[in-house]
Ligand binder design. Structure first.
Ligand SMILES: [Zn+2]
Length: 268
């Protein structure tokens, strides 16, 4: 039996319990991939390649493509012409420049996000980040930094894993862009946004984020791509963006795996 030890597992044995656990998880996943036939990451039906979706599950994803609102990233039913923004972008301009998401939020994208977020399915991060890199190609082309939406340290300790950071790291590595998760901090615990409506979501994250003063110089004048797993009302990325604008970033774009097209109709 041979195992393809890529750079994530071929480095020297890590120290520290959290790093060691992450190392063992990767190694276990590689052993499973070697011993078991490749399965769909969603329904576990046999597939030709590990870490992929079967055709049925892939077809359940609703990919976002042009024409779309350059600001909110929401798809248009027809092409209104270059530079035309959605009614939502005009009515409530966000504190960031452009939004891109790979897919619309639906049952399949929810299932994949939950697999990554709550079930430690790290192989899902590779799949999701690849679709995000494609959707965010335009944003990544002129980005200086990639920053994930941070978790509060206690939440990170409980969950052991920040799904947005896993996605952001993959995207940054693939695009050759600097990845700096340490620049933005969540300075207080917030309720989970799930189940909260628009105003409650904004209040929940108000003042929750801060720039790390020790590294603030890296942000001044920088073009930043902020990465999250899903954008619902945009309250979380708005709170992050406001902090980054104050820190002097010259441009902030938002890249997510899934986008709730009509946040008034969906509660996740
Ligand atoms: Zn499947």
């Amino acid at each position: 039996m041979t195992i393809d030890m890529d750079k994530s597992t071929s480095t020297a044995l890590p120290t520290g319990s959290a790093t060691l656990m992450a190392y063992l998880r990767v190694l276990t996943a590689k052993l499973v991939d070697t011993v078991l036939p490749a399965q769909c990451v969603s329904c576990f039906q046999l597939t030709g390649e590990p870490g992929r979706l079967c055709v049925d599950c892939w077809n359940e994803l609703s990919f976002i493509d042009h024409p779309l609102c350059d600001c909110m990233g929401t798809p248009f039913a027809f092409d209104p012409g270059q530079g035309i923004l959605s009614a939502r972008a005009l009515a409530q301009p966000p504190p960031w420049h452009r939004t891109r998401a790979a897919v619309e939020f639906n049952n399949m994208s929810r299932k994949l996000i939950h697999a990554l977020k709550y079930h430690d399915r790290h192989e899902v991060a590779d799949l999701l980040s690849q679709t995000m890199s494609r959707a965010g190609k335009q944003l990544l082309a002129d980005a200086d930094l990639i920053i994930p939406v941070p978790l509060y340290p206690l939440r990170l300790w409980q969950r052991r894993f920040n799904q947005s950071a896993a996605l952001a790291k993959n995207i940054a590595e693939n695009a050759g862009i600097a990845y700096h998760p340490e620049l933005l901090k969540r300075r207080r615990a917030t309720r989970q946004q799930v189940g909260l409506k628009g105003v409650a979501r904004r209040d929940n994250v108000k003042g929750a984020f801060a720039v790390d003063d020790n590294h603030a110089d890296k942000l001044y004048g920088a073009k930043v791509v902020l990465v999250d797993d899903v954008i619902t009302t945009g309250a979380t990325v708005a709170a992050c963006s406001q902090v980054l604008v104050t820190a002097g970033c010259s441009q902030i774009d938002v890249l997510a795996f899934a986008l709730v097209n009509n946040p008034l109709r969906l509660h996740i």
